[in-house]
Design a protein around this ligand. Structure first.
Ligand SMILES: NC(=O)c1ccc[n+]([C@@H]2O[C@H](COP(=O)([O-])OP(=O)(O)OC[C@H]3O[C@@H](n4cnc5c(N)ncnc54)[C@H](OP(=O)(O)O)[C@@H]3O)[C@@H](O)[C@H]2O)c1
Length: 310
């Protein structure tokens, strides 16, 4: 039961192939040898048939007996057979075929790999260009769909930043009013409820946006009522240059988010109850300054100053 198992000789696949090939070569050479022997006997027989037995004695081609052609033809077949055994089957056998096939497959694989590589490269380029196009078009869309609007504060303030008293302006400067009209013409003007109430009536050709905490505050037709500065800016989002026109409370809040200040600096100090916040020159840069002297229509000297956020 536990006796030694009879050992079987183990031959691997390569050895088996070599043995089979050797057997095949022996068979081929044996057949060639038999062919050679038959050829010799056959040649002797053909010669004897013609010369001894007189078969086809008168049959000649170009004055040469027929058996010579027959032997030459047979010799040709024999040489062809020998060629097959020693050349064709030796060098172009199954192994040679397999080798050629392997080479061909390897070559094809190489071409496929190269094509794959090119395809991946091309795909990467396309993906990159797609990403690039997408980013560019997004940027273009952002630029074209929502060009940056410029929230601008417009104000007239004395040297001591005074802007109003008893809900009224302190001075009358006609060129300043003209400038106010020309700059704000056609735009949204955002103001606090108190400033709105300081007007006798809404100004023509401007969209009034009034800020109040009162939900039920009544405004005339065409005037927009909002409850915060953010809502006021939102209501003006289609305007490329909405203006914050006051008063003191709204200026204070808008200074934190505005892009530009158009200030008329009246060169005098005034008694007031409402003031403009101090302009911090580390945040705001003066970009324009035009002086206007006193005359019969202008009781005070003043300057038109433009500030832009640094
Ligand atoms: N020199 C100039 O260039 C100039 C320009 C404009 C005005 N002014 C002067 O400035 C003075 C008026 O200014 P002011 O400071 O008294 O008043 P204002 O800023 O015009 O208005 C203040 C009102 O706005 C509303 N408000 C303010 N902040 C708000 C918020 N965050 N959310 C909702 N509502 C808000 C409130 O209305 P409710 O009380 O209804 O809630 C508040 O009472 C006047 O003297 C005017 O002549 C001068």
């Amino acid at each position: 039961m536990f006796g030694k198992k009879k050992q079987k000789p183990q031959i691997d696949k390569a050895q088996l192939e070599l043995i089979q090939n050797a057997q095949k070569r022996i068979k081929q050479k044996k057949r060639l040898y038999i062919h050679f022997v038959i050829f010799l006997i056959g040649a002797i027989f053909l010669i004897a048939a013609n010369t001894v037995l007189g078969i086809g004695k008168d049959v000649q081609f170009f004055e040469i007996d027929w058996f010579v052609y027959a032997i030459l033809l047979w010799l040709f077949f024999f040489v062809y057979h020998a060629f097959n055994v020693f050349i064709t089957h030796k060098f172009m056998g199954k192994a040679w075929e397999q080798n050629q096939l392997d080479k061909l497959v390897a070559k094809q694989q190489e071409r496929i790999d190269k094509l794959k590589e090119e395809f991946v490269k091309e795909e990467t380029l396309i993906a990159q260009s797609e990403v690039y196009n997408e980013t560019t078009s997004k940027a273009e869309n952002t630029n074209s769909n929502s060009p940056k609007s410029e929230l601008t504060i417009i104000v007239a303030a004395g040297e001591n930043d005074a802007i109003g008293k008893d809900n009224k302006l302190i001075w009358h400067l006609s060129d300043d009013l003209k400038r106010f009209k020309s700059l704000t013409n056609g735009h949204h003007i955002i103001m606090g409820r108190k400033t709105f109430e300081s007007f006798p009536k809404p100004l023509p050709n401007r969209t009034h946006v009034v800020i109040s905490r009162q939900q039920d505050y009544k405004v005339p037709n065409g005037v927009i009522l909002v409850n915060s500065l953010e809502d006021a800016i939102d209501a003006s989002k289609n305007d490329l240059q909405p203006f914050i026109i006051g008063g003191g409370e709204i200026y204070k809040q808008a200074m934190l988010i505005a892009d530009k200040i158009e200030l008329t600096r009246v060169h005098e100090s005034f008694e007031a109850d409402t003031f403009f916040p101090e302009i911090d020159t580390s945040v705001w840069k003066e970009t324009a300054n035009t002086f206007h002297k006193k005359d019969e229509n202008h009781k005070y000297e003043f300057s038109f100053l433009t500030y832009e956020r640094v």
